[in-house]
Design a protein around this ligand. Sequence first.
Ligand SMILES: Nc1ncnc2c1ncn2[C@@H]1O[C@H](COP(=O)(O)OP(=O)(O)OP(=O)(O)O)[C@@H](O)[C@H]1O
Ligand SMILES: [Mg+2]
Length: 510
Amino acid sequence: MSLKTSVEYFQTLVTSFHPVVVIDTVEEERVQGLISAACNDMQMAVFEWSVAQGLMRSPDSPDHRWQNEYAPPGAKRGQALPKTAEPLDMLRHIQDINFKAIYWLKDFAPHLTDPVVARQFREVTAQFSHHRSTLVISGSGPALPPEIAHDAVYLDLKLPDPEELYTTVSEVVRALKGRVNVELTPEDIRALVKALQGMTLSQTRKVVSYAALQDGKLNADDVPRVLERKARVIREEGLLDYFPPETNLAELGGFEGLKRWLGYAKVGFMPQARQYNLPAPKGILIVGIQGCGKSLAAKTIARQWQLPLLKLDAGRLYDKYVGESDKNFRRAVTLAETMAPCILWIDEIEKSMGQTSGEADGGLSRRLFGSFLTWLQEKSQEIFVVATANDLSAIPPELLRKGRFDEIFFVDLPEVDERRDILQIHLGRRQQGTTAFNLDELVLATDGFSGAEIEQAVITAHYRALYENRPPDTALLLGEIKRTVPLSVSRREDIQRLRTLARERFVAAR
Ligand SMILES: Nc1ncnc2c1ncn2[C@@H]1O[C@H](COP(=O)(O)OP(=O)(O)OP(=O)(O)O)[C@@H](O)[C@H]1O
Ligand SMILES: [Mg+2]
């Protein structure tokens, strides 16, 4: 889907007598691009209005008559028609214009809460349904009163496709000619365009110009820079956290079962798998006891496969408007798709899509869950989903059914060998050679401990050593371990219940 698709759709709406088109976006440059492309084609006049400027002929208006009598001679920009800043005046003015045109009303929806404005609006639209003029309302989450929503069509502005991005890159290159050296092979151009996917055309222009002007060169080195910039854009949107592969140092002890499976699954991403028409792996669900490394496992997969990791913070999907959470979810996965191949990590999935999800009411989370299942079924092959969950009873059973995920793993408390691994990782991270410790003794003492509890004991022992100004040793660590009451003791029943449920149904991660 591309911007071109949106333009064609918009044209169809206009020619089929749709009086009101609503575009939910704050990126007015994109709306402008859409309207000007559509109207140039259809040879229709364009007006724009904002409460600050009033109504004026748009500079993009194709008949070049925008310099109306109110503009001073030689003006670069049209001037507003007098007394059109007030919504009611503007609507009355439009009602008197007797040729077909597009009227772009910026941030107009809030004005429709005034009953007089709303009524005048309806009278204008009633007239439009006969002569093919269209009102376009843009703004963030524009909510319309029901009597107006009835006549309105929402238009989803598509992001530019690779061809459009390519054209924009070429334009930038042309504009910078003489100032930068362009050293791009066709291969580099493809990589650059892929890196730009998910950005708007204006973001593309900015990012590419910046990358080129920074060192006077546009070459393969700019691809990671563009990706970095895109990661920033993604973070700023606030729906996804981004962990680039270069900075991911996750180290997971144990999890032999999971690691083995990942080794197999990787084959599914190879071109040979495509030759046999094998589908790429969709994703996994990791269920397990708190602090036993589920989140760490998600990071480790990204590290092992050297892929970018995107974490979906499902709590942030919820918005005060019903329907927004769906939209936010679609936005998040669209962004993830532009980063593909990548890993999409949905941490604590039961909290956002479960049966009893926090702040949101049941209906909302169910709908979101529905969107998620559909997406999981239809998603691009290059996104691998890793979902994690603690509370099995809150997970909708549909999610556990075969075929949703490639595999569901259960993470139990670490056993002897794994505790040894975990101790080694965390002692190693504190610059300690493990020879100074009696690992056998420590492994025995940490029976029933989660990875997080082992890590915590290592950390506290090191604090104590620093405080007492002595090197950390086995005795110090054993002291900390003895002082800890692990969850497996304090919440014995809960853990036992989870174990019995999960052990018989899911594959052991270790
Ligand atoms: N197998 C392991 N290897 C190395 N470190 C581990 C392991 N398991 C847990 N840890 C340590 O414990 C910390 C907590 O683990 P993590 O956050 O992955 O647990 P979790 O299962 O996601 O817990 P929660 O249910 O609370 O989200 C990790 O940051 C890591 O330092
Ligand atoms: Mg976690």
